[in-house]
Every structure is written in structure tokens, then in C-alpha cells.
Design a protein around this ligand. Structure first.
Ligand code: ADP
Ligand code: MG
Length: 740
């Protein structure tokens, strides 16, 4: 069915399963993708498998359509088969018009009784259809003169669309339709119709016809889509075959429980999901194994420095800090490179744990690199580390973007000479001109701000002289264990599940911005009482420039209104030294109120700050709000956070802010946020970019995940020859991002 001329039906000769005739561009794309392990792309008979067959080998696919498919990540015929429907339509039975009601999607058939073309204001074509039981109006806004001319009274139509209650009678707006010959039989196909994710320029009907071709191909030559899971396994667990599962999902029979399909609970889904999870596990685990084959320096120390640091602290370590510090110390003394993820809620004291690890490396005679996502945070770390470590005779060095020319060259020389025990900075640390003499440990703070690629690049860094540095990755976005095991199957996990004693949860309230004056007054009182406050301006979705402008404007207004207070401003477009100066002033108590953009979201630590105002909190994710709020509540007393929202709030936004008000457990909040927005949104697409799942839901499929892990381990243990093929099918070249 179509609402326009069938544009994608470019005449091409029927495809034959030989790659030789493929167009150079598409052929090259596919080859590049599969070249690392070409042997597994072919069956015994050396026929190309569907993963090596570019989509433009299908009838009707020219360069333009191939480009559109590529935007969906569909390059090969195999990709096309793995492009699964998001929902289904029942077009298997024609519904009498008198049985229709508002809101349903339905297939109907009838004869046009009258047609009316209106040209006033908006061009509209109105048809009145009768099927013997009742009348239905059809309404079109976009149509060609040819289309309109063909829809004359007496024509029989079959339509599919959503029924709406119109004026006086039911109607369908822009249904898909098909003209029926006088004696053409009624609809009888037995399957549900799949609805696919599409992109601009690609129609459901063209995608359906391509997938139909791919399925035909599969029917003819099933061996072109090889089963890569061990046969015994598929049989023992009575799983469907891959081919059966795919055929089912693209063309489910009409009597199936659609709810089961939509919730992805059907055995066909599970069959695909487990294969996908296995492939992801394999790719990460294999990476881990390769890395563990490297040799790391054994960082053995007498612990003198660590002991002195701990003794000098004004507080005792929490049990959780002690526990994870021991886990890390143990790893560092081994010749295999540590790959550990340290999770802990905001304020749980991750920095100190990192410093303890750093001291172990320093005492063993190695260098440490500490990387933070922003200059602001790097500067703060450098400041804190200096305060802690200088008394021990260890002087950290800061290297950020503002170090240029001669100064930078001099610093680089010192690093290369092994003169710098601890280097702190942003990812500028890992530019290729930064060379270490003996890098023993890399620490990455707030890793959710970094892409996987950056994480991977670090590994190459230390690989000099045959030694791979240990790696400690810290994050305050607490990921549920199941998700962590999926996303970070290459890492060991340590969790600080306890906050330092005496911390009180930040009391959080939501106030509409009509009461801004009251809130300003509250800031005044808090600051007069000797406390400090943050005022955070958010403008998510807008450019950083706009966000900074908003902060500048807010700072001006607040400065005027709060003339008796010392107001500072900090945002991402200020120069490093300027930002550093403001931050120092705030930390030293020389400023009462700090107006800021979300640059302060990560890591900023000023214990005396006990009030935070967040503007437009409804625009931010829960996990991010929790991070922001974590900037207060770091000292002893009671702290407050005011969510200054813009009314009216949607139901969803109200629920989210409500959750934040009631809950101060970062793990619970992150879990909720993940459920609501998905891992890509919460963790950042950069990080999860390599982890887009087609079928599996790593949050919802915990039991399946455990099973996938076992199977992946077994395959790895046996060095199974299908590993590469599985990874390529599901993860593709995304997995290879600097990982191997
Ligand atoms: P995060 O885990 O969010 O990075 P930080 O490392 O910035 O947290 O620590 C937050 C604050 O808690 C810092 O001021 C730090 O000095 C302090 N802190 C760390 N450990 C303890 C502890 N065991 N007892 C009391 N305060 C601590
Ligand atoms: Mg931190």
C-alpha cells in the first residue's frame, strides 16, 4: 500500500549472490567492516554470507536508498534482517465500518460514494466511503493531481489507518490506501505487518519490501546466515534457530499475543537477545584478556607514605574506603595490569582512595597520571593533592590546556625525565607529546564524562618499555551491577557504599520560579549567617554560549539584588586562570555566592557551601541533578537544595523532582534515571556509543545476562572459532575501537 507513487522501485536486474557485481562504494564499506577476520565471513562453500552482502544488492536499492539505510546502521543484508520492528499492525482482517471506534488502527474496505476537492485555505481531498455497513470519511492534505483524479466515485479502496471521531461521523486522516480492482479478492494475508524504525526519506513500505527480499533470500539459502552459537547449546536449551527467530519477528502470525512481542518477552526475542549479549560479553572479555596478557609493574611499597597521609588526616577512613583501598592495593602489587572501576556516590570520598593508590605507585618509584574531565576539576585536584602530599615531600604537577609554548615544553621535559611523580590534568595529558618516564598508574576521575575511545587511548600511553600501567577508573554515576557488568565487562568493580559519618542528606525542595524573590531572600539570609551558596543556571539543549550568557545575566541581577554579598561567577568559557582565581576565592570563603553553569556538576568540593539553587531543574536528568546537589552537604551542618522550576510541570517532571526530594541514595536515583531515560541518555552517548543494543535490554534482562556471561566464558575458554563471527555480527567494527 502506498500514499504516493512507488518511488523506490528503480528497475534493477535481480540480484544474484555474487559479490563481484557489487558497486565499489558499498562493497568497500562492507569489506572494511569484515576484513579483520575474513575467514569467518564465508561458509564452507565460500559463498558470501549475508553479512558480506551489501544492501544495494537487493532490488530497488540505489545509492540514495543505500545511504538512507546506512543512517540506520544497515549496511549489509544481515544488518537489514537484524533491523527489528518496533511494533506491529494487524492488517490481516478487514473490519466492517460499523464496528470501528475512535482511536483504533484498522484495515477497511469500501467504495467511494463521493469525492470533494477543496482549495480554500488548505487544499483538502475528502472522500466518503461506504462498505455496506456504514460510512467513513477519508481526508487527505498531501496529494498529487493524479492521485486525486484516480479517486473517483465508484472506486473500491482498501485503507489502513487510525480511526478518529470526526464531525458527525468517523474519519481517517491520511490512511495508507490501495485501489482494488472490481473483482480483486478481499485481504487474506495471514501475518501481522511490521512497523520499523525509519529515517527521513525511507518509507515503511520500501523497508518492508526490502526485508521481504532479505527473508526470501534466507528462505532460498539458509546457510547464508550461519548459526554461530554452538549447535548443542541451541538444542539443549531448546532455543529457536536464528533464522526462525528472525522470520518470526518480521512476520509474526496473526494469532500471536502482541503484548508479548511488544514487551520483547517472546522466545524469539530472547533468542536474539542472548546472542547479542554473548557477543558483547565476548568482545569486552576478549579485550580484557588481551590486556591482561600485558605486563604491569608490581607496585610494592612499604606503605610509609600512605600511613603518614592517613595519620595526618583530620578524619578516619570509612570502612568502605578502607575496603576498596585494600582491593586496589592488592591489584597494584600484581604483575597483571589492574583494570578497576571504582563507583561511589557523590561525596563518598573517592579522591582519597585514589590518592592512596597514587602513593603506592610513587613509593614504588613510578609515575601517576590523574585525569579529570574539566580544567576546573583538574585544578581542584591539583590543589587538594598538593595540600595533602606536599608535607610528605610529593609534589603533584598540573598540566592543562593553558600551558602553552615554552612553559608546556618545560613541563613535558620534566615529565619525560621522571621528575614529576603525579601529573594532574584533563585529557590534554594524553596527547601524543606527553611522555612519561615510568608511568605505573593511570587514574581517571568522573569517567562518565569521557568516551570509551579516550579510555582506550590511555592504554597505549603506558605501553612503552613493554610495561602496561595499572588503571583505576572512578565514577559517581552508580550503575546497577547488571549494567556495569555489561558495559564494563572488561573491568573489575569496587563500590564505596557508605558516606563519611556525620553527613546529613541534603534537604531538597521544589519551588516555582514565581517565588524567585523569596528564594533570593533565602540566599541572603544563609550567606549572612556565614554560609556559602551556589546558584546554578542550566540551559540544557542550548549552546554552551547561551548557557554562559544566562549565567552572566543571572550574576548581574543577583549582584544588584544582593548588594551586601560578595557574588562570583564561573562558567566554561572563562579562561583557566580566571576560573581558578574565582574557585579559589570561593573555596577560601572570600565569596558568598557563586553563580555557575553546570561546569560545577562534577567533583567541585567546598565543604562550607550549604545551599544550592538549581534553575530549571526539570530540564536535567535525575543523575545529573543528584551530582549537582552533591556539591553541598559536604560539611557537617544541614544543607539545602532548592529546585527552582518553571511552572507548569508535566506529570513526569513532577514525579522526577519528587523522587529527588525524597531520595538521597545515588544508586537508587541512577537506577530510576536509567529506567526512565535509558543508558545512552544517562551515561552519555559517547560512553555507550559502542554499546547500543539492538534487541537486548541490559537493565531488564538480568537472568539472561548471567547466562550470556557463562556461555561467553565457555566459548572463550575453548577458544571457539565462532567468536570473531559473533562479535562481528552484533558489535561490528564498533568493538574494534582501539581495543585490540
Ligand atoms: P567524591 O567521591 O564525590 O569524589 P570527594 O573525594 O570529593 O568525594 O570527597 C568529598 C569530601 O569528603 C572531601 O572534602 C573529602 O576530604 C571528605 N572526605 C573523604 N573521606 C572522608 C572521611 N572518611 N571522613 C570525612 N570526610 C571525608
Ligand atoms: Mg570526585
Amino acid at each position: 500500500m502506498t500514499t504516493g507513487p512507488a518511488s523506490d522501485r528503480a528497475r534493477r536486474s535481480p540480484a544474484s549472490p555474487s559479490l563481484a557485481a557489487a558497486t565499489p562504494t558499498a562493497g568497500a564499506r562492507i569489506d572494511a567492516r569484515s576484513s579483520p577476520c575474513a575467514t569467518f565471513g564465508e561458509t564452507a562453500s565460500s559463498r558470501p554470507t549475508l553479512d558480506r552482502l551489501p544492501v544495494d544488492r537487493l532490488r530497488g536499492v540505489g545509492t540514495r536508498l543505500a545511504e538512507r539505510l546506512a543512517r540506520l546502521g544497515v549496511l549489509s543484508v544481515q544488518d537489514l534482517l537484524l533491523h527489528l520492528p518496533v511494533r506491529y499492525q494487524d492488517r490481516t482482517r478487514v473490519v466492517p465500518i460499523d464496528r470501528l471506534h475512535d482511536g483504533v488502527d484498522a484495515l477497511i474496505e469500501g467504495v467511494i460514494e463521493s469525492s470533494e476537492l477543496r482549495t480554500a485555505r488548505r487544499r483538502t481531498l475528502r472522500l466518503r466511503l461506504y462498505d455496506g455497513s456504514a460510512h467513513l470519511n477519508l481526508c487527505f492534505f498531501h496529494f498529487s493531481p493524479r492521485q486525486a483524479a484516480a479517486l473517483t466515485p465508484g472506486t473500491r479502496l482498501r485503507c489502513y489507518g487510525q480511526v478518529r471521531a470526526g464531525l458527525g461521523s468517523l474519519e481517517m486522516i491520511h490512511p495508507e490506501y490501495q485501489r482494488l480492482g472490481v473483482d480483486e479478492p478481499g485481504y487474506s494475508a495471514g501475518d501481522l505487518t511490521a512497523v520499523y524504525p525509519i529515517v527521513d526519506g525511507l518509507t515503511q513500505s520500501s523497508l518492508r519490501s526490502l526485508i521481504a527480499q532479505a527473508l526470501e533470500w534466507l528462505e532460498r539459502e539458509p546457510e547464508m546466515l550461519p548459526e554461530w552459537l554452538p549447535e548443542g547449546l541451541v538444542r539443549d536449551l531448546s532455543w529457536l534457530s536464528l533464522t526462525d527467530a528472525l522470520r518470526f519477528l518480521h512476520r509474526p502470525p496473526r494469532d500471536i499475543a502482541v503484548a508479548e512481542l511488544l514487551e520483547r518477552r517472546h522466545p524469539a526475542h530472547r533468542r536474539l537477545a542472548i546472542e547479542e549479549l554473548i557477543a558483547h560479553q565476548l568482545s569486552l572479555r576478549r579485550f580484557r584478556r588481551r590486556r591482561r596478557q600485558g605486563v604491569a609493574p608490581r607496585l610494592r611499597a612499604q606503605d610509609a607514605l600512605r600511613q603518614r597521609l592517613i595519620e595526618g588526616l583530620p578524619f578516619a577512613l570509612t570502612d568502605a574506603q578502607r575496603r576498596v583501598a585494600a582491593e586496589i592495593a592488592q591489584d597494584l602489587s600484581q604483575p597483571q595490569p589492574m583494570q578497576r572501576l571504582l563507583q561511589g556516590d557523590v561525596g563518598s570520598g573517592k579522591t582519597l582512595v585514589a590518592v592512596l593508590a597514587a602513593l603506592q605507585a610513587v613509593e614504588a618509584g613510578y609515575q601517576v597520571a590523574l585525569m579529570a574531565p574539566t580544567e576546573l576539576l583538574s585544578e581542584q585536584h591539583a590543589r587538594n593533592l598538593t595540600a595533602w602530599l606536599e608535607p610528605l615531600g610529593v609534589t603533584p604537577l598540573l598540566l592543562v590546556g593553558r600551558h602553552k609554548g615554552r612553559e608546556r615544553a618545560r613541563l613535558l621535559e620534566r615529565i619525560a625525565a621522571g621528575d614529576v611523580p603525579i601529573l594532574v590534568g584533563t585529557h590534554a595529558l594524553f596527547q601524543s607529546d606527553v611522555r612519561f618516564e615510568r608511568l605505573g598508574l593511570v587514574i581517571i576521575d568522573e569517567q562518565h564524562r569521557f568516551g570509551v575511545e579516550q579510555r582506550m587511548k590511555l592504554l597505549e600511553k603506558g605501553a612503552r618499555a613493554g610495561l602496561v600501567p595499572h588503571q583505576l577508573i572512578m565514577t559517581a554515576t552508580p550503575i546497577p551491577r547488571s549494567l556495569a557488568m555489561t558495559l564494563y565487562a572488561d573491568l573489575d568493580l569496587s563500590v564505596i557504599d557508605q558516606s563519611p559519618p556525620g553527613r546529613q542528606p541534603v534537604r531538597t525542595v521544589a519551588i516555582p520560579d514565581e517565588r524567585r524573590e523569596q528564594v533570593i531572600e533565602r540566599v541572603r539570609q544563609a550567606c549572612r549567617a556565614g554560609r556559602q551558596a551556589y546558584w546554578v543556571c542550566t540551559l540544557i539543549d542550548e549552546s554552551e554560549v547561551l548557557q554562559c550568557q544566562a549565567a552572566e545575566e543571572t550574576a548581574r541581577v543577583l549582584e544588584a539584588r544582593l548588594a551586601d554579598l560578595r557574588v562570583g561567577l564561573i562558567h566554561g568559557r572563562m579562561k583557566g586562570p580566571e576560573r581558578d582565581r574565582v574557585m579559589r576565592a570561593f573555596a577560601a570563603g572570600a565569596l558568598d555566592l557563586l553563580v555557575a553553569t553546570t561546569v560545577i556538576e562534577v567533583g567541585v568540593d567546598v565543604p562550607n557551601a550549604s545551599l544550592m539553587i538549581i534553575e530549571n531543574p526539570e530540564r536535567l536528568g535525575l543523575a545529573q541533578l543528584h551530582q549537582l546537589r552533591g556539591r553541598v552537604g559536604r560539611g557537617g551542618g544541614e544543607s539545602h537544595c532548592v529546585l527552582l522550576y518553571h511552572a507548569p510541570l508535566s506529570e513526569l517532571a513532577r514525579g522526577r523532582l519528587g523522587l529527588l526530594r525524597e531520595c538521597s541514595d545515588g544508586f537508587a536515583i541512577a537506577r530510576k534515571d536509567l529506567e526512565m531515560r535509558g543508558p545512552g541518555e544517562v551515561l552519555g552517548t559517547r560512553q555507550t556509543g559502542t554499546m547500543r543494543f539492538r534487541v537486548a535490554d541490559p537493565l531488564g534482562d538480568e537472568p539472561l545476562l548471567a547466562q550470556a556471561q557463562q556461555i561467553a566464558d565457555r566459548l572463550l575458554e575453548a577458544q571457539d572459532h565462532r567468536i570473531d563471527a559473533l562479535i562481528r555480527r552484533w558489535v561490528g567494527d564498533r568493538e574494534l575501537l582501539g581495543r585490540v
